[in-house]
Design a protein. Sequence first.
Length: 255
Amino acid sequence: MADAVIDLLKAHFRQLRLPTMSQEFEKLARDAAATNQNYFQFLLRLTELELGNRAANAIATRIKNAGFPVLKDFDTFDFSALPQLSKPKVLELARGEWIEYKYNCCLVGTQGTGKTHIAIALGQAACRQGLRVCFFTAAELVSQLEKAQKQYTLDKLLGQLERAHLLICDELGYVSFSRGGVELLFRVFGDRYERASLLVTSNLPFSDWGQIFQGERMTGALLDRLTHRCHIFEMNGESYRFRESMKSKKGRKSA
Ligand code: ADP
Ligand code: MG
């Protein structure tokens, strides 16, 4: 086809913001001619490619905006290492209905058993379903809330958190907070009650949460709301990292 027509088409696609169609139309037109496809089939294929790419880009953007510290997925999680964790139940949650119903999820257990791994994998699954996710460690979240409060931008940050369909608060219990920090965290958790999902991971059993939230009343009220409509997974066991490093040490010795 004349170069001028191709150049014009490219300019039109650019103006219409259809980058994939712009990139693919020449090749697809050649394929269509070679395989006797009609105009409708050609257009269908071309528009499908644009839509497919848009969907993939939207997912990549949601995953980037979620702020995961690393990307971990279920395909690299060895469920046999933690027999008490029900694989079917976890994979059921990966389908995302719990977020639609504003349920919460708590992963509670000892260090290194894959709580963060599962939290990230569930978060990514939600991003793929078109949901907005925010990932923070509890320490990061409290520090950002305190900073925002000092800078008079707390409402803006709370608004951002509210817009997330799923807020992940990782590692609750590793560090304790000031009274003000606890109150802010309590407010964020309280705001989400029955309105949007919260996923919390903690190394502390619920009975010890008084240490984090300073005071029985506050802890009781918070646990009551958090666990009211909640999927709770106990993840206690030997640290996966530790076990893997022992295995490789043994491997090296016997080699
Ligand atoms: P936790 O948050 O419970 O302390 P992490 O999720 O950070 O534990 O896990 C520590 C490391 O071990 C991570 O690199 C994680 O990917 C890996 N890991 C933990 N459990 C498993 C598992 N069952 N299968 C594969 N990798 C795992
Ligand atoms: Mg962790």
